[in-house]
Write a protein that binds this ligand. Structure first.
Ligand code: ADP
Ligand code: MG
Length: 602
């Protein structure tokens, strides 16, 4: 059995097959075709790019992308479909100074390999000197090439996508899913190139229309409505090799997914989990861990530090000096947030809401609070309760002068407590005309948290217990706890093994105070050993949050007005007074104007 066929099983694939295989990577779906064609139009210097889609009830049938860019000469038009034909780079070194989106020279070749393409193009400004060209190519084979009259620029029509790759065709999702992908891609592109006007139509109906603008916010408003831009704050920063500008959302706009995190690197829309994480990290405790901000950020990075040639669709990139870059992103996001007033406004009620008809027709009296000392609410608490609360509050009292100089530049305005509600909310007003509802537990939690995390090793956060406390745990909990002992010690918790699965607690963090009720220790340790699931933060961070939560005044504890005022005054010194460490708001604001609107006074 030594036939020739056995000796020569390897053969060089014909170019058409090679292109069909390559198409698998570059042209995954209709949205990839749109992406490649639109990017070519951008590279051609277009000012207006029109995308027309025609669909049957279950699939996108025709994609046409038209631009007013530089167009192609008849010779170039003939070459454009050849594999690895590009006008954008000459050698690999050019990648380091790439100014175009394309460079691989494979998009047109691969699209033409799996569909029927009609190209009509004419060089810009060539008048009658150079004719337009029309080329029809199907499954990689040129069917016709002809001179034609044409406007300046290029139009590429793609039909019968995947007609010769049935497997790929079968994997296409529903028409609406494909349409959603096209929207996603175009949104990213529109935001990367606000200077270009984009028109997308679907079966003749306009779906996206952006104007040429120099302001990203105009494009944001066009795409997502003007309401979004109201809750954005600007970000700007630059280093020698990196600059950042754009907008991020106030925490109120947070979403359950990352779909509204738009990042461009050197005007290329990218999806980088690394960069997204850095943005999210900038919010710190302003957002719960399963919420993501809205962000429109443009990064300009020295091209030497960015490798765009990682993936055929170029959506992923690789960064050198990754640590510095992500740290800078995190810091700029954080600074931008801190520089802006982040108290969420109370949502005005739905329009058309009728006033609630009360049983008694007597109207409430309206008070003009401005200038008049605020009347006190009802404060009733047992003496013992007041003493216990006082003890807790004293622990978080920052000595004036020694604390950070935040008070002078507090992020919160001056706040005067008016009363309390249900042992949960503090009612307060600002010197301006705002009414604040403050969550006393969340506020105190924030205060404790910043104290715990603000401590350095030298400030000796530990305080010995007069009588050590013994804790008994299950074997599993004991195992987790044993691993955590060194980290706990860093935070001021000194625990030692006490035989079997028991531990003795000798010292606790100073912020917990002279513990009257040692149950807090048990609570903290229980939280710590039980919460091991979904660990997205470091153990130190987790311990700090738990201490803050357990050490803080509980909801339901009635505080006196003085105590409420102390909480508020302490809160004003915080670096981030707006949320508790878990990202819940510490306060909600009703402006006078909002209240007037709610009461239909205006
Ligand atoms: P790449 O964009 O990586 O260079 P493509 O296969 O997408 O590769 O395009 C091949 C070449 O065809 C481009 O380099 C460019 O010269 C030309 N071309 C493609 N589309 C256009 C267009 N819309 N306008 C002008 N030239 C185009
Ligand atoms: Mg291209």
């Amino acid at each position: 059995m030594s036939e020739n066929s056995d000796l020569s099983r390897i053969r060089i694939l014909d170019p058409a097959t090679v292109n069909q295989i390559a198409a698998g990577e570059v042209v995954e779906r209709p949205a990839s075709v749109v992406k490649e064609l639109v990017e070519n139009a951008i590279d051609a210097g277009a000012g207006l790019i029109t995308i027309d889609l025609t669909a049957s009830k279950d699939a996108i049938m025709v994609i046409r992308v038209t631009d007013d860019g530089c167009g192609m000469s008849p010779a170039d038009a003939g070459l454009a479909f050849a594999p690895h034909a590009t006008s954008k780079i000459a050698s690999i070194g050019d990648l380091n100074r790439l100014r175009t989106l394309g460079f691989r020279g494979e998009a047109l070749a691969t699209i033409a390999a799996v569909s029927r393409v009609t190209l009509v193009t004419k060089p810009r400004g060539s008048g009658a000197v150079i004719p337009g060209t029309r080329i029809v190519i199907e499954g990689g084979k040129v069917l016709t090439t002809a001179e034609t009259g044409a406007p300046d620029g290029t139009s590429v029509l793609v039909e019968d996508l995947f007609f010769n790759t049935p497997a790929r065709k079968k994997f296409q999702k529903s028409r609406n899913t494909e349409l959603a992908h096209i929207h996603d891609i175009l949104e990213g592109i529109c935001l990367s190139y606000p200077g270009i006007a984009f028109h997308l139509s679907f079966n003749g109906t306009e779906q996206i229309v952006t104007d040429r603008t120099t302001h990203t916010l105009d494009t944001v408003a066009r795409l997502f409505g003007s309401g979004v831009s109201r809750d954005l704050v600007p970000v700007e920063a630059s280093l020698s090799f990196l600059s950042i500008n754009g907008f991020i959302s106030r925490p109120v706009l947070a979403r359950k997914d990352r779909a509204r995190m738009f990042v461009t690197v050197n005007q290329r829309f990218v999806s980088s989990p690394l960069i997204n994480d850095a943005i999210k990290a900038g919010y710190g405790t302003l957002l719960p861990k399963d919420r993501f901000p809205v962000a429109f950020l443009n990064l300009t990075i020295d091209p030497m530090l960015v490798d765009v040639n990682v993936h055929p669709t170029k959506k992923q990139i690789r960064l050198s000096r990754e640590k510095e870059i992500t740290e800078m992103i995190r810091a700029s996001v954080r600074n931008a947030l801190l520089a802006h007033d982040l108290i969420p406004a109370a949502k005005p009620p739905e329009a058309g809401l009728a006033p609630v008809p009360g049983p008694s027709a007597a109207p409430f009296r309206s008070y003009d609070l401005s200038g008049v000392p605020a009347p006190a609410g009802v404060f009733e608490s047992t003496h013992a309760g007041t003493v216990a609360t006082d003890q807790r509050l004293r622990q978080t009292e920052l000595p004036v002068g020694s604390g950070p100089a935040y008070l002078a530049s507090s992020l919160l305005p001056e706040i005067v407590v008016i009363g309390e509600f249900g042992g949960i909310y503090i009612l307060a007003r600002t010197a301006g005309d705002d009414l604040l509802l403050i969550d006393q537990h969340a506020a105190h939690e924030r205060i404790l948290y910043e104290q715990v995390t603000g401590q350095t090793q030298e400030t000796r956060p530990s305080q010995e217990l007069i009588s050590p406390v013994v804790l008994h745990r299950t074997p599993k909990e004991a195992a987790i706890l044993r691993d955590l002992l060194p980290v706990l010690a860093l935070e001021g918790f000194i625990l030692e093994g006490f035989g079997g699965d028991a531990f003795v607690v000798r010292a606790v963090p100073v912020v917990l105070g002279r513990l009257e009720e040692t149950t807090i220790i048990d609570e903290i340790i229980s939280d710590l050993v039980s919460e091991e699931a979904a660990q997205t933060v470091s153990n130190r961070e987790r311990i700090a949050r738990i201490i803050a939560c357990r050490g803080a005044i509980k909801a339901g504890t009635i505080c006196t007005r003085e105590q409420c005022q102390r909480i508020v005054d302490q809160l004003r010194r915080m670096k981030n007074p707006f949320t508790c460490p878990h990202g819940r708001p510490t306060m909600i604001r009703f402006t006078r104007k909002e209240l007037d609107t709610m009461f239909k006074r205006v």
